[in-house]
Design a protein around this ligand. Structure first.
Ligand code: AMP
Ligand code: TRP
Length: 336
């Protein structure tokens, strides 16, 4: 599926809850594939996480848990680099410089801040406001060129390129190259099972709208059975899905997991009610998630092992990032 090879890949995920099937289909499964022919860095972005309040003991547990989930999904920390962001100080150092390169006007256009802060923006942290500058630093501090993410991160990747260009322009260098988002064609935006107009999200207070990678088989079956549907039979035509958000979401998930084009799925399920599709989807989701859940629990029996993985990941990441941040700081004019 991915033709990329020989590239440096970077991506991140917030350790703020258990990853869900949206994270898996939009991002993690592509990370796993990209490992075959590229040099990959995968980062638990704990500095991004604290832009909204996190209970300290819970944050620690979730970093460990999420590392285990990623390994259970197939991320290989021996061949690639798996680490937590705060352990590599170069991220914060470059983020500060980018806070000074980036413009307030650019931040004001970022939709994620508007979505999260809503009408109450005065009450949110300044960190949440400049979150996209830190994300740009995450990527560019490794001079990574490809970033596999879901659709919601497209605007942040564009901003990363704006910052890179402005840095090059201001300091009259050709230091940062263009970064490309790797965004899947299908399921780049998995929707909430109870509301097809809302993105499936870790932070949604209700668990019913998302399937997490640690859900039991029974949880999965129940959540899919209760997923919102509509009264019409499933369509035969793909373009009909655009006005049927819930049908589109379930069909898209099935299409990716069954590795069948949407047209074929509609050939099988068109004209039928939602029940048949939901049963088929349940089977295939359980087939994917059940081994991930079991392996995660197995890995979590030894949290020291996970901590060692993160520590060694941070060392490997620092070895790449340190010469780059040193160079940037010297371009900026810091005295060492
Ligand atoms: P987050 O959970 O926000 O840290 O996201 C981690 C990765 O999963 C990012 O690449 C997101 O774009 C992706 N992602 C998050 N939610 C979804 C979703 N509902 N559908 C598809 N991809 C998603
Ligand atoms: N902002 C991303 C999200 O919420 C997580 C993230 C942080 C990231 N830094 C990154 C993703 C760098 C890709 C590259 O999903």
């Amino acid at each position: 599926m991915h033709k990329l090879s020989g590239k440096r890949i970077f991506s991140g995920i917030q350790p703020t809850g258990i990853p869900h099937i949206g994270n898996y289909l939009g991002a993690i499964r592509h990370w796993v594939e990209l490992q075959n022919a590229n040099e990959c860095l995968f980062c638990l972005v704990d500095m991004h996480a604290i832009t909204v309040w996190q209970e300290p003991h819970l944050l620690k547990t979730q970093i460990i848990e999420q590392t285990a989930v990623l390994m259970a999904c197939g991320i290989d920390p021996k061949k690639h680099i798996l680490f937590n962001q705060s352990a590599v100080h170069a991220h914060a150092r470059l983020a500060w410089i980018f806070n000074c390169v980036s413009r307030v006007g650019w931040m004001n256009r970022m939709t994620q801040f508007k979505d999260k802060a809503g009408k109450n923006r005065e009450a949110y942290s300044a960190g949440l406001y400049v979150y996209p500058n830190l994300m740009a630093a995450d990527i560019l501090v490794y001079q990574a060129t490809y970033v596999p993410v879901g659709e919601d991160q497209r605007q942040h990747i564009e901003l990363t390129n704006d910052i890179a260009q402005k840095f090059n322009h201001d300091y009259k260098v050709d230091f940062f190259r263009e970064v490309k988002g790797v965004i899947p064609e299908i399921s780049a935006r998995v929707m909430n099972l109870r509301d097809g107009s809302k993105k499936m999200s870790k932070s949604d207070p209700s668990e019913q709208g998302r399937i997490t990678l640690l859900d039991t088989d029974d949880d999965i079956a129940l959540k899919i059975r209760k997923a919102k549907s509509d009264a019409e039979p499933l369509p035969f035509e793909k373009n009909e899905l655009d006005r049927r958000l819930e049908a589109k979401n379930l069909i898209s998930m099935y299409s990716v997991l069954a590795q069948q084009p949407i047209e074929n799925v509609l050939k099988d399920f068109g004209g039928k009610g939602f029940a048949a599709l939901k049963l088929a989807l349940t089977d295939i989701v359980i087939e994917i998630i059940s081994p991930i859940r079991k392996e995660t629990h197995h890995l979590l029996n030894d949290s020291q092992y996970i901590l060692n993985i993160l520590r060694s990941g941070a060392e490997k990441a620092s070895a790449i990032a340190n010469p780059i941040i040193e160079k940037v700081e010297s371009l900026v004019g810091y005295v060492k």
